[in-house]
Ligand binder design. Structure first.
Ligand code: URA
Length: 243
């Protein structure tokens, strides 16, 4: 692979910017400073350094983010801060985007990536990727037989949902804690389901997307890269795994 393409893929800038970097003699391949942008390297074998820092070849970035309340899930917004503000230090920041959406007041698991293909598939309704939420809802939910919704979903005012599952964690006359798993990413889906059942959502946090669980060590507003295993498992869900 060409050296300038390699560095550009890694987020070191456009081809033009990377060429400049190389011309400035800031790039070393193994033991040699290279000043020819069209030089070829073997991404698997060669060790490339920029400003004496080794860089590793990675085609895409994948992050797990614990979204705090108060941030919009978008790359830009004129009125509210966006989740992307947390990623400004990441070299490929401009190429990153969130997969799916959480409401401004919803917390928890978001995947942030620059992999358009994975993003598109995980969010596409056809794949019916499970999303699990921890919710605190108003009132005691013990009056509800949730099992029937596992078969047929629920008819909302203008929309028939897909089947969903609810596990009750605790109840009291004032509020209940539940885990609810839905297979769609429709706008306000959990809030609308629980509202229709007479138990409006008071607090909502996403804890799982498909086979990816929110890391309990990740505090609100923190992110970490997904492990190779986690990336592989997510890709497997949507038929993108190569090996
Ligand atoms: N369902 C909702 O109502 N809100 C979210 O943020 C996610 C799912």
């Amino acid at each position: 692979m060409r050296l300038d393409k390699f560095l550009s893929n890694l987020g070191f800038g456009s081809r033009k910017e990377v060429k400049k970097l190389i011309k400035q003699k800031r790039v070393r391949v193994n033991d040699n400073i290279i000043n020819n942008p069209s030089a070829h390297i073997n991404p698997e074998k060669d060790i490339v350094y920029v400003d004496e820092e080794p860089v590793t070849y990675q085609k895409h970035y994948y992050f797990m983010f614990n979204k705090p309340s108060g941030y919009i899930t978008a790359t830009e917004d004129k009125d509210y801060p966006t989740v992307m503000e947390f990623f400004e230090e990441v070299p490929v920041y401009k190429r990153l985007f969130p997969i799916g959406r959480l409401d401004i007041d919803t917390e928890g698991l978001l995947i942030i990536t620059d992999d358009g293909q994975l993003g598109h598939r995980l969010a596409h309704p056809k794949w019916e990727i499970e999303k699990e939420y921890y919710a605190v809802v108003k009132g005691d939910v013990l009056d509800i037989d949730f099992s029937k919704y596992e078969e047929s979903g629920i008819k909302l005012k203008d929309y028939q949902t897909k089947p969903f599952k609810v596990k009750v964690i605790s109840t009291s006359p004032e509020k209940s804690e539940i885990l609810i798993t839905v297979k769609e990413g429709k706008y306000h889906i959990v809030k609308r389901i629980m509202e229709a059942l007479g138990h409006p959502v008071l607090y909502l946090k996403r804890v799982r997307i498909g086979n990816l669980k929110l890391d309990p060590y990740l505090k609100e507003g923190e992110f970490r890269e997904l492990t190779p295993e986690e990336i592989k498992n997510l890709k497997r869900l949507v038929n993108l795994e190569q090996d």
